[in-house]
Design a protein around this ligand. Sequence first.
Ligand code: CA
Length: 376
Amino acid sequence: MDRRKFLLTSTAVGATVLSLDGCNDSNRVAIDYSKHPKHTDKKAVYINKGKKTTIKLATSWPAHFPIMGEGVEAFAARLDAISGGSLKVKLYPKNVLVPALAVFDATSSGQIDAFHSGPYYWKGKNSAFSLFSGIPFGFDAEEINSWMIYGEGLQLWRELYARYNLYPLLGGNTNIQMGGWFRKEIKSLADMQGLKMRIPGLGGEVMAKLGVNPVLLPAGEIYTSLERGVIDATEWVGPALDIKMGFYKVAPYYYSGWHEPGSILELTFNKAFWDKLSDEQKQMIDVCSSEMNANMTYRFHYENIHTLKTLKEKGVKLRKFPDEVTQAGKKALGEVVAQLSAKNKEFERVYESIAKHLELSKEFADISLKYFLDIR
Ligand code: CA
């Protein structure tokens, strides 16, 4: 199969399947997919007719979870269409077959074939895994994709996951995340002392060094905890998803962030299952996951910019952390990285690869994107 021809012919069949909509929420942004480019001048090509493979795929998200869950549903529909029905995905939202954070082990053991989640959830297995999500003050979505695809990222990730009988593909990106919702305004570093904040991952470890008490809560308990003052602050993702959680009603200060500037989501396969797929099937999954990886990023951007307008109309107070908080955060990140590198040579190795790429990227961004964004 000519890969280029395959790519050109694939868009027509999938053009309508992206409009999956399982969530009737008044805050949702309507997208007109009919305006997307189509290649209707090409004849449909059917591949693998007759040979059907079903992928049992569990996610860490509830059914029809906006953007992330829907992105996986769109991936499944696209793969079905592009393969002429020969590659089916049997989708299991969180807790239906496997608990949200047991998908890694369930795929590793072969109970299921694949999962969609985020690599930083598995840092307890290997602290280096958190780095495949990204780091505070690190890559934005474009930069991490360039490190993953053209740098050493995917290669390192696949090497480390292979020990768990897993094979990861890029499965989306949340795009830049917001710093979170605070009940009280942060005017100094001292205001961070003793603050109880729901924040996971390396961001939580950085916050801990600033005197914050980072806590982990199931998604369903965050709003009530914030409302009752059990916690003082929470981060989540960005405007598009945060508005649905209602945090603005109980914590009016919404901060710009640096802890998750472009977090990667993963589509990870059981390696033995992946290895047994035909080359054609691997190519089709690869194409569809690349599309999911890109489209999820763009959709976060699209919905975030429209939702920000709504949040402002609701009286949300937009803030930036005081400079001393940000500077202390950067210093704390250095300490967290040094400690984890000393404990785990693999963390050190992955971090070194990131640091090299990031240094070059920052230098270029300074004379290009940063300049442009500042004057735009
Ligand atoms: Ca987050």
